[in-house]
Design a protein. Structure first.
Length: 285
């Protein structure tokens, strides 16, 4: 039997190659756009500003950090350069490979946080745009078990507002994450309390506009080429359509073209349906 194509790994590889070409790094997170024009040329500066904002919430001293959902390892590398000891938990084999390349000083665990069997203790559990992928019933309780006395949790991520009533009501919308109200309830039941909190929704929202502009450029190219082939080589266009149909259903093709040519995924929608928060949590006992 033919081996199944790992479309996620392929997509990550292509995406990281593009980001690396554009910025010289493999950051997978939003940018912090305060004071910057929203252009592709400023993406590197915006992502660096985001990291600076995030690191401003680190506790003092040399830390033992568990970077949960560590992306391609860029954040871990910067933390190591600051003198911290870092372990990374990342479920993707492809991203684990990139972490080992980009942050050779880190210990990389190729697994989900739920399946992580390390014992620490750690001074900080870091969730940089990864908190939303872990069930609320597991994230904070497991952090409490992994942290040393006085250890803290740092979360930077999207949370859904009460305005978001689900995909059926609003269709695909930018952002994501746990409902903010549900997170507050889980936090109240946990061993943590909020030591510091900042809403940076307005500062990161322009990342959605920049992303959509990129997709629209690709969509324009695809549409332009398709129209030209249809007009001058109709038989070839029909054959190409049949070939694409072997891999993508009609519904998926329609969704892809809506993604490439639409404009409804934008910063305004992001602000309506999300709150992007930085939260530093400390243990209550």
């Amino acid at each position: 039997m033919a081996e199944k194509i790992d479309s996620r790994a392929v997509g990550l590889d292509v995406g990281l190659a593009f980001i690396r070409w554009l910025t010289g790094a493999e950051n997978l997170h939003y940018g912090f756009w305060t004071g910057l024009d929203v252009t592709a040329g400023n993406l590197k500066a915006a992502q660096e500003a985001y990291t600076a904002k995030l690191f401003g919430y680190l506790p003092e001293g040399r830390l033992r950090i568990l970077d949960i959902g560590g992306g391609a390892g860029e954040t871990a590398r910067k933390l190591i350069d600051l003198g911290h000891e870092v372990q990374i938990v990342v479920p993707s084999a492809f991203l684990a490979q990139r972490c080992r390349k980009n942050a050779p000083g880190a210990v990389v665990h190729e697994c989900t946080f739920e399946d992580f069997t390390g014992t620490g203790p750690f001074d900080l559990c870091l969730f940089s745009e990864s908190f939303q992928y872990i069930p609320l019933a597991e994230s904070l309780p497991k952090c409490a078990a992994l942290l040393a006395p006085g250890g803290q949790v740092l979360v930077a991520d999207c949370f859904r507002t009460e305005a978001y009533k689900g995909r059926q009501a609003h269709g695909p919308q930018p952002g994501g994450g746990h409902p903010l109200a549900a997170f507050r309830k889980a936090l109240n039941r946990s061993a943590f309390r909020v030591a510091a909190e900042e809403d940076i929704t307005d500062a990161v929202a322009p990342s959605i506009d920049l992303e959509q502009q990129l997709f629209n450029v690709i969509g324009h190219a695809v549409t332009r080429v398709s129209d030209e082939i249809r007009a001058k080589k109709p038989a070839a266009h029909w054959t190409l359509g049949r070939f694409i149909g072997l891999f993508l259903s009609k519904k998926r093709r329609a969704n892809l073209m809506r993604r490439l040519t639409g404009t409804d995924r934008n910063a305004q929608a992001f602000r309506r349906f999300n709150r992007y928060l930085i939260l530093r949590l400390e243990q209550t006992a």
